[in-house]
Write a protein that binds this ligand. Sequence first.
Ligand code: CMC
Length: 429
Amino acid sequence: MADKTIYLQVDEARHELPLLSGSLGPDVIDIRRLYAETGLFTYDPGFTSTASCRSSITYVDGDNGILLYRGYPIEQLAEKCDFLEVCYLLLQGELPKGSEMRNFVTSISQHVMVHEQLTRFYSGFRRDAHPMAILVGVVGALSAFYHEVIDINSKEDRYLSAIRLIAKMPTLVAMCYKYSIGMPFIYPKRKLGYAENFLRMMMADPYDDYIANPVLVRALDRILILHADHEQNASTSTVRLAGSSGANPYACVAAGIACLWGAAHGGANEAVLNMLEEIGDVSRIGEYVNRAKDKNDPFRLMGFGHRVYKNYDPRAKLMRQTCHEVLSALNLHDDRLFKLAMELERIALEDDYFVQRKLYPNVDFYSGIVLRALGIPTEMFTAIFALARSIGWIAQWDEMISDPELRIGRPRQLYQGVITRDVTNISAR
Ligand code: CMC
């Protein structure tokens, strides 16, 4: 229902456009009938001014540094909940009561194994393949195992698809790592918590006991919470667009993983560490900061800036705190790269160029540092982001499929190509 109307004057005609109000955030102009009534499209590359859907899952207020999952501030969720509680919240809309949580954890633990045949997909990849390349493949391959059995119009089937995805992602991601280093896959253990299980599958070997450090388990859990959803970001929009045609949910999530891989999105945490390695020494920070400011140099400071947060990223604040906890627990404050990162943060926060453009360190600046401290190799960072974001993708997919307004996503364009011409035979060209 339209709350208000705004008017668009096109030549002599005055058109009414409904103005819709959300529960939070700016009003949106409903332009669904714009083309039918005016023959005009809108032009918005990068979708900076376009709401592509209605959603009740996540709210981001970039100007004020606010992030809410189902109305709960991220700071409180990071403090009081673990990742699986947050998964339940994103999926079901409410925080679980004790018995609901126990049932949820049991359901997840029943689906942590992957089909043994799926393990053979890995050997088709080169050992040095990027883990994101493998992950796109194996998550997409899940659709081959669960396709005919999924009726996407059934609420129960969609829920089961989500449970399977949340349960299997840590197993699949850890297998990417084990495969890359030529180590045997470590099977999941049902009795372990989500983050601990994942750390064990990553770090354990078959010949020794593995005991996880609780500070590191908590740090990983927090990384998962902070990356769980972020409304209509590029990868989530990709999942929605792929899903809008009615495609298999795992194929849609594989599309999301592909989108996340890029350095402007989830690839940033890996890019941060690569950048720190390249800078190499505190004495060279100035040179790199100058390069980042130089319009003729494509170099950007990785881990700084955000499309939506033009104030401090609230996730970065929490991740920064976790970062220091982990560095203290592991006695790593003197590590060369960590010192470099802290100095870079200090300089960039004081530099006019960054201050004026509100380019603050984002969540991936700190999560990259924490993951490195956890002993996770750089090329696995984005795969861990994908693991965390899977819940957001599947919750958004579920919301989209159950939306009565769902239509296949089909943007229009401003065509600037050649106007109609005739084809000549190849001999005459
Ligand atoms: N280093 C140097 N200059 C920058 C940076 C940076 N990291 N980010 C933005 N700028 C400058 C940009 O050159 C522009 O300057 P000017 O106004 O003089 O032309 C101004 O700041 C505005 O930048 P923009 O490109 O219009 O901003 P955007 O919203 O299109 O891009 C971004 C956002 C995240 C892609 C960009 O800030 C960036 O490339 N950052 C580094 C990569 C990164 O850390 N990405 C992770 C984002 S957080 C994780 C996630 O949500 O996926």
